[in-house]
Design a binder for this molecule. Structure first.
Ligand SMILES: [Zn+2]
Length: 246
């Protein structure tokens, strides 16, 4: 369960080099959403879906990598604040979020196959081999990543005809998931963002994984703080101050 998941580093991660993440993104637009009670509307960033004060977008300098990441996000994930495929796309300039699962909607496989690229499906299907750089094939990779609950991801990876010809790859065993925003998840299974970060660690190098995981930890901590589930002093990089009143 997510609640029992241990963080790789249980200590409050103070002093992380957040200043290495340049402030490059303009302040994103916000949108009004309604709380569960339906009473008090509040504003959230339209990109990361955190409250404006806690928005992580300004901490993200999108990485320009050779690997193209194509996140196939199920339509049920689109509006969930806990969805992490959204955050992955914000962190990578060469990433695309594509929605699937619409009723009577044809699966959109445009651009899947490009002879100039090695196309891989990141999903631990029975025939998947461990992701590795291919010394014999120097082409950059297009990494297709299902972003859905396990049942829907499995259905997509195993039954979608458009993916039948794509080579499936899996990640080597690693530390448990540090994702703590959803109940009833198993720490053995990684969130979409963590999967992408680890895959890019293999394909692009460990500094890329480290940079992405740093953003992820800030996002998770701020989301937990927003819910009142994490003390301010334990939030990675600290909680941004309240704006001064005029
Ligand atoms: Zn944001």
């Amino acid at each position: 369960m997510a609640s029992s998941a241990t963080r790789p580093d249980d200590a409050p991660a103070r002093g992380l080099a957040l200043d290495t993440i340049a402030r490059v993104s303009p302040r994103p637009a916000t949108r009004r959403t309604t709380t569960k009670s339906g009473v008090a509307p509040r504003t959230r960033c339209s990109a990361c879906l955190l409250q404006p004060r806690l928005c992580v977008c300004r901490l993200i300098a999108p990485l320009a990598l050779a690997t193209r990441v194509l996140v196939l996000r199920h339509r049920k994930e689109v509006h969930k604040p806990t969805n992490t495929g959204r955050l992955a796309a914000l962190c990578l300039s060469n990433a695309e979020l594509r929605t699937f699962g619409g009723r009577d909607e044809r699966f959109d496989d445009r651009g899947f196959f490009d002879p100039a690229r090695r196309v891989l499906l990141l999903y631990p299907r029975a025939d998947a081999r461990e992701l590795a750089r291919d010394a014999l094939d120097p082409r950059p990779v297009t990494l297709i990543v299902p972003d859905a609950d396990w049942r829907r991801a499995q259905k997509l990876a195993q039954r979608e005809p458009a993916l039948a010809g794509v080579t499936p790859v899996r990640l080597e065993d690693g530390p448990p998931s540090a994702f703590r925003l959803r109940k009833h998840t198993d720490a053995r299974y990684l969130s979409t963002f963590e999967s992408v970060a680890r895959a890019l660690g293999v394909l692009e190098g460990e500094p890329v994984r480290a940079e992405l995981e740093r953003v992820f930890q800030v996002f998770v901590d701020r989301a937990l703080y927003q819910r009142g589930q994490l003390a301010a002093e334990l939030v990675t990089g600290g909680v941004p101050p309240l704006p001064e009143r005029a």
